[in-house]
Design a protein around this ligand. Structure first.
Ligand code: 13P
Ligand code: SF4
Length: 349
């Protein structure tokens, strides 16, 4: 039983469908695509800029980041990379909380994003005012928030964590007999509780992409591919996590794809991760976990609509114009810096 005295499930408004986003993206010929990529590489140099792209962004952006000394990674490594790199401009291809995290950690740098419309259902579903009320109701709790939150929510937190270190941080706090409040992802929260034995006050947010994975359909797929290992991101529902061979952050799942002996993998996370998995394990087969079980039709269909908003067109435009800069108000930034840099210090030790 969770220590949840308040059920905060904020209704989400304006969640786009991935197929609709895709249908509005510009379509380029092979030659136009090559020209855009070459121009983006030139502009990155001109602007003394470096590109950090999340594993869920499209293949072209991941490739450009790799070929220009940027990084393609999970959200923790994106934050660390921006912090260490000497470029004066960081281009963050991902969703808004990733750009804000880069700015919180690097106030002296210019942080630009291909689009400012790319958010996250976890961030959307955890507004700062309601979250603050939730914290007020648990004054004796250590407040731990997932990186997928706004700068204002981070400012109210004691700790910011990503999926790759959430379990370690909560275990560390439990060793100190702390009471813990966790937000916003309920599935990740329940997973942490099960692994660590913690009893946390839980916010009731969810990722619209991972929530669509279906345990029943997954079971049927496993029966067809008994040789496959099952890789699951912990934002997925408990029934899906229960079937997994490996549960972990995007980086942990890629590592498992490379290191496990299985010839094939069923993967319950955003399908853009296959680009990196195929690179790391070229002879292995990757299969999408099902998102449309019986009676259900997927909306994101294993790919985040907000991640899909990042493309060659707006990456090029932002480098040309310098628009879409991320700003975080000074007082909020200072408070959010405390909880966010704590995460980096924790990883460093
Ligand atoms: P990672 O921290 O594993 O990259 O996950 C971020 C995210 O948004 C998952 O949906
Ligand atoms: Fe947010 Fe889910 Fe998209 Fe990740 S995949 S950015 S958690 S909506």
């Amino acid at each position: 039983m969770s220590d949840t005295s308040l059920e905060f499930a904020v209704p989400l408004k304006g969640v786009p469908e991935t197929a609709v986003i895709q249908s509005n993206l510009p379509v380029y010929s092979a030659q136009q695509r090559e020209e855009k990529i070459a121009n983006i590489k030139r502009l990155l140099k001109r602007e003394n800029a470096v590109l950090a792209a999340h594993y869920y962004t499209n293949e072209d952006l991941q490739m450009i980041a790799e070929e220009t000394g940027g990084c393609v990674s999970d959200s923790l490594e994106m934050a660390r990379f921006g912090n260490r790199h000497s470029a004066t401009t960081l281009i963050v291809a991902g969703v808004k909380f990733m750009g804000e995290t880069a700015k919180i950690l690097n106030p002296e740098k210019r942080v630009l994003m291909p689009t400012l419309d790319a958010t996250c259902s976890l961030d959307l579903g955890c507004p700062a005012k309601e979250f603050s009320e939730f914290c007020d109701q648990h004054p004796d709790h250590e407040v731990v928030v997932y990186a997928n939150t706004s700068a204002e929510v981070k400012a109210r937190a004691d700790w910011v964590v990503t999926s790759s270190i959430a379990v370690k941080v909560v275990s560390h706090l439990m060793d100190q007999d702390k009471k813990i409040l966790w937000a916003p992802d309920k599935h990740l929260g329940h997973y942490i509780e099960r692994v660590t034995g913690a009893d946390m006050a839980l916010w009731q947010g969810a990722c619209i992409v991972h929530e669509e994975f279906k345990a029943r359909g997954l079971g049927e797929l496993i029966a067809k591919h008994p040789e496959a290992a099952i890789l699951v991101h912990p934002e997925s529902p408990a029934a899906v996590i229960d079937i997994a061979d490996v549960v972990g952050s995007t980086t942990a799942l890629i590592k498992a794809a490379k290191e496990l002996p299985n010839p094939s993998f069923i993967v319950a996370t955003d399908n853009r991760i296959f680009y990196k998995m195929k690179q790391e394990a070229p002879n292995k087969k990757f299969i999408e976990a099902p998102t449309a079980g019986e009676g259900a039709t997927c909306k994101s269909c294993a790919h985040c609509p907000w991640m899909e908003m990042n493309g060659l067109h707006n990456l090029e435009a932002v480098l040309e114009s310098g628009e879409n800069e991320i700003f975080v108000e000074q007082d909020i930034r200072k408070m959010a810096h405390r909880s966010t840099s704590r995460m980096l210090d924790f990883v460093a030790h």
